[in-house]
Design a protein. Structure first.
Length: 135
């Protein structure tokens, strides 16, 4: 089964009906019915913090109860963390976050090529994004 990575930008657009990419992200998430969805623990931490701050505790709770169970959430082990820190440090002047560096290292390790992400940095890192048009 093919796996699609899920970034916090994709999850947040899924719950934000006012997001310009909302409908396309909903469509991308329907691929999860035939393809596995995966992310890592740092994305979950980032997503829940932003969701609670931006949309309130009810939306964060809904993510925990209804969205996250549909996504396989991998722990960030010491090896993955070290690879992400090394990549982050070597590009410290870049705007790419440590969470995104962790995502790229995770995707490479797991041979995942596609991500539900609205972040152009995923494309710059060589991955395909869903939806394909990033607003």
């Amino acid at each position: 089964m093919v796996t699609i990575f899920v970034d916090s930008s994709g999850i947040l657009a899924l719950v934000d009906r006012d997001d310009p990419a909302h409908a396309r992200v909903v469509e991308a998430f329907t691929l999860g019915r035939s393809e596995a969805l995966a992310t890592h623990a740092y994305v979950v931490v980032e997503t829940l913090a932003v969701a609670r701050r931006r949309f309130g505790p009810a939306v964060a709770a809904d993510l925990i109860d209804r969205v996250l169970p549909a996504i396989e959430i991998a722990p960030v082990d010491a090896t993955l963390h070290a690879a992400a820190i090394e990549a982050f440090r070597s590009t410290i002047e870049s705007a790419v976050s440590l969470v995104d560096r962790t995502s790229f290292a995770f995707m490479r390790r797991e041979a995942i090529q596609r991500a539900i992400a609205l972040d152009v940095d995923f494309r710059t890192a060589g991955f395909e994004t869903l939806p394909s048009e990033i607003p």
